[in-house]
Design a binder for this molecule. Structure first.
Ligand code: IVH
Length: 701
């Protein structure tokens, strides 16, 4: 190998190790050391080197996490030892009985330690590391044979692709989950795009793993928690505790056991303290604990049940496992469950209520969402008085009617929903519920787009659509105008003070004071809060505009690509489609808005009234632009419009004079070019066709 090549190879290895370390710091410890920008720089550097040396691309390079080409199907793989299920307990007595059965089986009077941890509500997964390299990831399947979902699992950034100092074979079993927050965002995205929403984080995690297209999985932000060893070669553990400590040391994601406390009481006090410090990172919360008796397990069970809603992910119980692995071996299993472990489940958080009414809300995209108004009821400690019914199909499937007694559940601990109807309690004379055929707010027509399940109001002037758009504009993840809540938005619109987004930025305190029950202090707070929002990140600004299909992620991609509002407003289809995350649907939607004069005027007005987005992508150094100082006259017809081409030239640093002169560097001539082409030939100015132009741009980069 040439010396230079050798150095490049070393550089590739160095970058991979460095990126893996930053993945761990960010995704496992939640403690990044570098900015996203610096991370991206390392990543791009690695990508470029791998492109240059394709023979050195390795299946465990961090670049393989983005998700490769879609698969036709998953390969079936047999587990080396079966993946079992667990027997359940539901109360204190069941827990004591389990512990007693274990003691009798082992025929010992000794106290038996039980390693306890939360029971994650996700889907079981087996990771297989061979000589430290992640080779396969297999779902539980029927327990004997599962599906190899390795391409998808590689997109989970907290799972290392390579382990340092690893044994010959290391099988790690654990659970793939989706955090509640990510679940909420995913459903908002699904909803906005007319796609079906997931019932809970577990279904969302399972659905994301069973995707044949790993690029979709890569966007789902899944997490993994290791909880048990599978078959091993070259490493041994004596207990679950030892395994748990190893996991964290090896850089694998696990919940971690709290070793710093001596008793369950101390564990409880310490964990409560950590939880009360709201900013606590998940990696600081070591939620597993090795209990010394079944009484301690019972205390652990009640405590975890109490704090479950404060956790960022769903759990449905705790798992207690005999800590010593030699005991586990002796205990073995019975039918399909181990004798050494038991799941103590929490009572499901459901309760009964009555549907007093069904109302239909119109969202900012015009979507009609039916909502059940309920007799207020306590579901797991929270009073619920309405629940989403999603759409007409869901209402039909569950056959929910006004007057029905229904089972309510807080799915994913956040959004209450109607699970089912208690048909025996249905009052006489009720009839199936049908969504209105006109918009309940403006009376305008509603329609269902092809491939969607939701009905939408098609009246662009529908007051509900505008009202909801403003609520979105001011919301926390958009412009974050925190003192302008939903009620204030409604008042401002009702009083005629706000009829465009930009009107917010010219509001005067005196105008606010005229509103109902508006005190001096609140008015000042509102004005200050509006002022604070004048310098949003460009991605938030783009998200706030509420362009169809432009959610947070897409907005962020757009912001990475365009370095100013002006540049964005003249975006071409070609430019949009160049962006990774953007396909024809999103690009059509953006272009549609950009052709809408009132939208463009409103965006410009926002800037005029003093909104100054902070651009994520620093404006390129003008001296480095590929067409810097190059004058190109565009003439004739092309596939794209001349305006689009001129915009592109200008974006690349060039100028587009309208006539040919000696100062012209090139003439770009399309079909049926006339006098300008003739003039160019007379003056001896180089003439380019489209290919020539593209080469010029590429060559000068
Ligand atoms: S230990 C059965 N620990 O629960 C082998 N399992 O209902 C030992 N689960 O298929 C499993 N959290 O996917 C264990 N902390 C935890 C768990 C856990 C969730 C799942 C596991 C299993 C299912 C059985």
């Amino acid at each position: 190998m040439e010396k230079e090549e050798k150095m490049e190879k070393e550089k590739i290895e160095e970058l991979r190790t460095e990126i893996a370390r930053h993945d761990y710091l960010y995704h496992v410890l939640d403690q990044p050391e570098i900015s996203d920008y610096e991370y991206d720089k390392l990543f791009t550097q690695l990508l470029q080197l791998e492109k240059q040396y394709p023979n050195w691309v390795s299946s465990n390079s961090p670049t393989q996490r983005v998700g490769g080409a879609p698969l036709d199907s998953f390969e079936k793989i047999e587990h080396r030892t079966p993946m079992l299920s667990l027997q359940n307990s539901y109360d204190e007595e069941d827990i004591s009985d389990f512990s007693e059965r274990v003691r009798q089986f082992l025929k010992t009077k000794e106290a038996i330690e039980f390693f306890c941890e939360p029971k994650f509500d996700g889907l079981a997964m087996e990771l297989i590391y061979e000589n430290g390299s992640l080779e396969n990831a297999i779902t539980r399947g029927n327990g004997q044979v599962g599906e190899n979902v390795i391409s998808n699992v590689k997109t989970i950034k907290s799972i290392p692709l390579k382990l340092q100092k690893a044994p010959k074979l290391l099988e790690i079993r654990g659970e793939v989950i989706m955090l509640k927050e990510d679940f909420k965002n995913l459903n908002a995205f699904q909803d906005e795009n007319g796609l079906s929403v997931f019932a809970n984080p577990r279904n969302a995690a399972a659905g994301s793993i069973r995707q044949l297209d790993p690029r979709i999985t890569a966007k789902r932000n899944l997490k993994f928690f290791a909880y048990a060893p599978g078959v091993l070669d070259g490493i041994e553990f004596r207990s679950q505790s030892e395994f748990s400590d190893y996991i964290l040391k090896a850089g694998l994601p696990g919940i971690g056991q709290n070793n710093s406390v001596q008793s369950i009481n101390e564990f409880i006090t310490e964990t409560e303290k950590l939880l009360s410090q709201k900013a606590t990172k998940l990696s600081d919360l070591k939620l597993a604990f090795c209990c010394q008796s079944s009484d301690e397990v019972i205390q652990y069970y009640h405590f975890i049940n109490k704090i479950r809603h404060q956790l960022p992910f769903d759990i449905d119980g705790i798992v207690m496992k005999v800590n010593r692995l030699d005991y586990q071996d002796r205990l073995g299993f019975i039918s399909r469950s181990p004798r050494w472990a038991n799941a103590a489940k929490f009572q499901p958080e459901q309760s009964l209520s009555m549907v007093k009414d069904i109302v239909v809300q119109v969202g900012r995209t015009g979507a009609l969402t039916p909502v059940a108004i309920l007799e207020p009821t306590n579901v797991g400690g929270v009073i619920v008085s309405n629940a989403t019914l999603h759409n007409q199909e869901e209402i039909q499937r569950k056959d929910v009617r006004i007057g029905d007694t229904v089972v309510i559940q807080r799915a994913g601990d956040v959004i209450p929903e109607v699970v089912s109807v208690v048909k025996e309690k249905r009052p006489d004379g009720s009839s199936p519920y049908l969504l209105p055929t006109i918009c309940p707010e403006c009376g305008g027509p509603v329609e269902k787009n092809e491939g969607e399940v939701v009905l939408r109001c098609t009246n662009q002037l529908c007051p509900a659509i505008f009202r909801e758009s403003v609520k979105h504009f001011v919301s926390r993840r958009a412009m974050n105008i925190d003192k302008v809540g939903e009620k204030i938005v409604e008042q401002l619109i009702r009083e005629g003070l706000v009829s465009t987004f930009s009107d917010l930025y010219v509001l005067k305190k005196e105008q606010l004071l005229k509103l109902d029950r508006m005190a001096e202090k609140s008015a000042s707070n509102i004005i200050e809060s509006i002022d604070r929002s004048r310098t949003p990140d460009f991605s938030r600004f783009l998200f706030a505009l509420g362009i169809r299909f432009v959610g947070e992620q897409t907005a962020s991609s757009l912001a990475q690509h365009f370095s100013s509002v002006d540049e964005f407003l003249v975006a071409t289809e070609e430019a949009l489609l160049q962006i990774d995350d953007i396909g024809p649907k999103v690009s059509q939607s953006v272009l549609h808005q950009l052709k809408n004069a009132s939208f463009v005027n409103e965006v410009r007005r926002l800037i005029t009234v003093g909104v100054h987005p902070v651009y994520e992508r620093p404006t390129s150094n003008p001296d480095e632009l590929p067409l810097k100082g190059v004058a190109i006259v565009v003439t004739g017809t092309f596939e794209q419009s001349r305006d689009e081409i001129k915009t592109k030239i200008k974006r690349l640093g060039g100028t587009c004079p309208s006539s040919v002169s000696k100062k012209t560097n090139y003439v770009l001539a399309g079909e049926a070019a006339g006098s300008k082409l003739k003039k160019a030939n007379e003056l001896g100015i180089p003439v380019l066709n489209w290919d020539g132009f593209e080469n010029l741009v590429k060559g000068s980069k």
